[in-house]
Design a protein around this ligand. Structure first.
Ligand code: PMP
Length: 295
């Protein structure tokens, strides 16, 4: 992925993609002092850009560092990363991390860096998306909020995601469904989860995983449609009562789920309606998005 044409925004400058390299003694690499975002641009507009930027800044604060760029500069960097690579529709990845000035658990002397890359990435699940993805039960659990910075989109939290996803892929699934430390249903490794059940939309309470921007968007769209949205504890054995299941995330967008480890679901009218509403919303000019979602 590093050997390709293009430009990457790095600490205020545009660097050729191949030259955007950092030192092996970077603190972010050794101790996961890194936070990131995943955003999508549609028709030349990054959907909910400011919310992503706010979450990036907040994620860094939770890890104890301040990104040395204003939110306006970060927003502009995201737009520039798309533009300079000739993209109107693409995926945007800002990352902030501690540098290589000091290598110990304590890292007070490190410089904070920020980069933004953008590339074309049609959907997290590629061609499998529209036929529905298959989830296997995850091999790791989402941690207790006192054991990990669960409100941050922190690189370190993705270690258990990658391990769980690899285990699920080895068993032939597209992704893992992760339970939390209590054994409750939480989310996939890079997207939140929804269940259509008893005429309502059910989703787990995000008390130990990311309360995604797409998750909140989908909840607003469902309510606009008069669909009741229920955030509640969902145990794995309740999933068989769902008529439909889907994932929601910036990279995953709205993706139907057709299987969870032996339980089969058919993408149906609720998923189709919300997938359509989401696809229409993300392609609206930003001002119209807010009007569409306003109560
Ligand atoms: N959970 C995890 C672990 C994720 O990586 C993501 C993607 N950022 C989400 C949920 C969905 O968040 P969002 O809708 O803000 O992209």
């Amino acid at each position: 992925f590093d050997d390709r044409d293009g430009m990457i925004w790095w600490d205020g400058a545009l660097i050729p993609w191949r030259d955007a390299k950092l030192h092996v003694l970077s603190h972010g690499l050794h101790y996961a002092s890194a936070v990131f975002e995943g955003e999508r641009s549609y028709n030349g507009h990054i959907f909910k850009l400011r919310e992503h930027t706010e979450r990036l800044v907040e994620s860094a604060r939770i890890l104890g560092f301040e990104i040395p760029f204003s939110m306006d500069v970060i927003d502009a960097a995201c737009r520039q990363a798309l533009e300079v690579n000739g993209l109107t529709d693409g995926y945007v990845r800002p990352l902030a991390w501690r540098g290589a000035e000091q290598l110990s658990v304590s890292a007070q002397q490190t410089k904070i860096h920020l980069m933004v890359a953008a590339w074309s990435w049609p959907n997290l699940f590629g061609d499998d998306r529209m036929k529905g993805v298959r989830l296997g039960m995850g091999s790791w659990k989402r941690p207790h909020p006192e054991t990990a910075p669960i409100r941050a989109k922190a690189a370190g939290l993705y270690m258990i995601g990658t391990m769980s996803k690899h285990d699920a892929e080895a068993r032939g699934f597209n992704d893992a469904l992760m339970l939390d430390w209590r054994g409750q249903v939480s989310e996939a490794t890079g997207a939140n989860i929804f269940f259509a059940m008893d005429g309502a939309l059910h989703t787990p309470i995000p008390d130990c995983f990311l309360d995604g921007i797409t998750r909140r968007t989908v909840m607003a769209l469902a309510r606009k449609r008069g669909l009741q949205v229920i955030e509640r504890v969902i145990m794995p054995d309740e999933m068989r009562a769902a008529s439909e299941v889907f994932l929601a995330g910036s990279a995953a967008e709205v993706t139907p789920v057709r299987e969870i480890d032996g339980l089969h679901f058919a993408p149906g009218p609720v998923t189709e309606m919300l997938l359509g509403d989401y696809e229409a919303l993300v392609r609206m000019p930003p001002a119209d998005v807010e009007a569409r979602l306003a109560a």
